[in-house]
Design a protein around this ligand. Structure first.
Ligand SMILES: [Zn+2]
Length: 217
């Protein structure tokens, strides 16, 4: 790229580091960008800065939100707060929302357990999930992990933790002479998804059918 101005080379370099953008696409994008009128470019730069500065994670579910507030799904009073779909990343929740047929809430873990990559259960939002369940309003958890060994291990780990928590809460209730809490139903997506696949790459119809045909765990 010896013939290109330094600032353009830098722009191409930065763009090519984004996921899904190879060197050729980065070149095309960079040239398209500098061809736009200055107003449009400063609007783009502004949008980029705003998104970086203002997009946060919802304190309840971990989905994307703005300025630290609860996300739109959590704020939507018409959603079923007894049904929680547990996913690895905010992108998975976005993919499931596209189907339009899910009316519960989400819980984003922030990844999957993978000791080889140094991701341990305490690195994920599992404690927060258990706390949501312990609060008593949850009837069903759909464990919608990716169809991978890590996703599988994560779902099994969560199931085990839920059982332990249920036992602890039940014995606490018994000691206090109170009614034992209901066991939360755990389900998982139907195996229509290709194995090893990531949720956010599946099309909306496939995801919707995996959700509709979910099975008991
Ligand atoms: Zn939320």
């Amino acid at each position: 790229m010896a013939s290109l101005p330094e600032s353009l080379t830098e722009l191409i370099h930065r763009l090519s580091r984004l996921p899904g953008i190879g060197p050729r696409a980065a070149e095309r994008l960079a040239l398209a960008v500098i061809d736009k009128n200055p107003t449009e470019i400063s609007a783009l730069a502004h949008a980029l800065n705003e998104a970086v500065a203002r997009v946060t994670h919802c304190p309840v579910c971990g989905c994307l939100s703005q300025d630290g507030a609860e996300c739109r799904t959590c704020q939507d009073g018409s959603r079923d707060n007894g049904l929680i779909c547990v996913v690895e990343s905010p992108l998975d929740a976005i993919a499931l929302e596209k189907g339009g047929g899910f009316h519960g809430l989400y819980h984003v873990l922030g990844g999957a357990i993978s000791p080889l990559s140094g991701v341990l259960p305490e690195d994920l939002r599992i404690r927060e999930l258990l706390a949501r369940v312990a609060s008593g309003s949850v009837r069903e958890l759909i464990l919608a992990m990716n169809a991978s060994p890590e996703g599988e291990a994560t779902a099994l780990y969560i199931r085990q933790e839920l059982d332990e928590q249920h036992e602890a809460l039940t014995s606490e209730a018994q000691k206090a002479g109170a009614e034992a809490p209901q066991r939360v139903r755990t389900t998982r997506l139907a195996r229509g998804l290709p194995s090893g696949s990531q949720l956010d790459y599946a099309d909306a119809a496939t995801l919707q059918s995996a959700l509709d045909n979910r099975t008991e765990m």
